[in-house]
Write a protein of this length. Structure first.
Length: 137
């Protein structure tokens, strides 16, 4: 993954999201997906974003055919983890629990999300060292 996630601008992230939907993709295919999301950029604008993303290591291109085909060089999960880690560090001094608490307090969770969160809490409780001093391995 690229070393500096701060270099991923919001517009570049929009293009990367469209690419994650189905890849490889040409500029025209990405234009169509972006238009469905309400983005009406020019062909050259999307092409510029793809060039920047490729230079930053987020995208790969295949230039063997008539049209350039682009693929993501990173997964959505990699970008999410990197950006969350950075946000936790910047806003919460590395305390991830504070971020979770803030989200739970401020955002409405669906019943399935609440159930998943409860399952994660129960798993964390089960994995935690006991009062007798048992250590996790």
């Amino acid at each position: 993954m690229p070393s500096n996630e701060y270099e991923l601008a919001d517009a570049e992230l929009e293009v990367l999201k469209a690419l994650w939907e189905k890849q490889p993709a040409t500029v025209r295919e990405l234009l169509e997906r972006l238009a469905q999301r309400g983005r009406t950029w020019a062909y050259t604008t999307v092409q510029t974003f793809l060039t920047r993303l490729e230079q930053k290591g987020f995208v790969r291109s295949d230039r063997s055919g008539a049209a350039f085909n682009y693929s993501a060089a990173v997964t959505r999960d990699q970008v999410v983890r990197s950006r969350l880690k950075s946000m936790v560090s910047q806003l919460f001094d590395g305390a991830a629990g504070e971020l979770v608490l803030q989200l739970v307090r401020q955002e409405r969770l669906s019943p399935s999300e609440v159930a998943e969160l409860q399952n994660l809490i129960e798993k964390l409780d089960a994995d935690a060292p006991s009062a007798k001093g048992r250590r996790r391995t």
